[in-house]
Design a protein around this ligand. Sequence first.
Ligand code: AMP
Length: 621
Amino acid sequence: MTFQESGLDSRLLQAIVELGYENPTPIQEQTLAKLLTEQTDVVGLAQTGTGKTAAFGLPMLHIIDSEEKTIQGLVLSPTRELGVQISKDLEKFGKHMRGLKVVAVYGGSSIDKQIKDIRAGANIVVATPGRLVDLIERRAIDLSNVKIAVLDEADEMLNMGFKEDLDFILDKTPKTKNTWLFSATMPQEVARISKNYMNSPLELSAGKKNEGADTIEHKYYVVQARNRYLALKRVVDHNPDIFGIIFCRTRAETQEVADNLIKDGYSADALHGDLSQSQRDFVMKRFRSRTLQMLVATDVAARGIDVNDITHVINYNLPEETENYTHRSGRTGRAGKKGVSIAIVTSRDAGRIKDIERIINKKFTKQEVPNGKDVCERQLLHLVTKLHTAAVNEKEIEEFLPKAMAELADLSKEELIKRIVAEEFNRFLAYYQNSPDLNDGKGDGGNSRTTRFFLNLGEMDGLNRNSLKDLLMEVAGVEARMLFNIEVKNSFAFFETETALNDKFLSQNNEEVYFNDRKLSFEVSQKKQREGGSYGGGNRSERFSGGKSGGYSGGGYKGGSSDRGGYKGGYKGDRGGKSEGGSGFAGRKKYSDGGSSFAGKKSYEKSDRSESTSTSSKFSY
Ligand code: AMP
């Protein structure tokens, strides 16, 4: 059936053509076939992305009389975001209907203004349940002419505790109205509503019961809980073009994951209920405009988000309610596009994958967490493609080109390509060298690959975490990201590093290396290493994206955090450490003018045993 064949009002048909909709989606075919002519209740199984807004919106607009100034259509939505979305869609569909007025009402916004808008002659009201109850109690809304009440994302409204509000509202609407209920899943509570408030409803489905869309691929990775974040980063690094939502269980976890990603240089931000409405709006605006690549969200906050072209949904944890997986994964693979839904699970909850498979009637594929080489390969390919398609602004660079051209004139095209690729690839490899296998059951996620060192210097030598780090970088010629879990005590200190680098420190014991007249002595610490500590946050060995030139940091967070007092600058630590510290002791000249982070005026000496003390190098900071 085409839209034209459905018998839809010509003003709506015109709008549909203008919107570029060619054919009805399956759920639209079903509603258009029935609801234009039959007065019936409906229970529709459909998630967002299936075109369900038009599936109920078009018939509703077809039925109401836009020139009659009464509320004839009522739509209930779980969140403000979805409500606003729906009202905008209805306005678009009904743009050629004279006098049509759609009003969205929701909490957190001036109720007086909303009352005024309703009184100005609303034909359709889209409401969140709590605010509508408020309006009813204030006698500020007349629902006695409602012909159609839509409950959108009914399962979610119940999840959010709107059960009593829904009962209250439905009781206040005329018995003669029709109720159209849409839900992505069909838990018992939804079935109860349909039983209590509907007369032999027409059952429609955009797919099988609770089933996920066909266009979504489902994958999972099994890791140890402490490696969850690292696995997330691997997955993200392995998909440089990701535009995705990362779902967490709690607000705190959401904020933590977002903070860590931001710190590590990714383009990400958090969306959860602890943020004010304006903060949430701000984050959503940036996500919609793709200034943000990743939205880290709780289930509730992300409900109803209608953003097209989401490439990946990542379940940082599986949802507590197994059925919520359908909601989460439904954010991708919309309008026929392909999408990937990923779950990062521990061996303990891997069994739940089976439950989800049963619910969505789809199989998951178990995937190996990409290793360093896989990531490097992907990043390299990404770089090559980017180079190939880069937009060149001739005007802006023309001034600098001659110099660059002259400098590179002796290189053939092949040589040049080789160098660009080598330059980038070496850097990727450096970031990922020694990267542990994160797959559970293989390797141990990296703990035994790190060593904890004891050093005989501490606060009494004027050192703090940062100055000790600088000193270690200089002495052993290692990068900042190779040093973690630094603890400075009064007369000694501990730090961790990659085991592969042990010799760089131990060999110093044979050299005459002094800091302020104290000879440095490194020992492998016997103290039990903290469970997961070495990779828990201090280890930057995988802070890969932060260092990428032209990486995510560009799309950055800078503007976003000011109102929250959060992170302001981009993450630059590793990059700096690499390009400067990478030269190690040999790079001391550079260090003396750049590395001024030492606490006081300390001198650091290193003398080569083969030479007399007089030739020892001595630097002041
Ligand atoms: P929804 O499930 O209502 O959130 O719609 C998902 C997306 O599909 C929205 O961006 C709609 O604009 C789009 N859409 C809805 N119906 C159609 C259609 N028949 N043809 C093309 N796109 C559609």
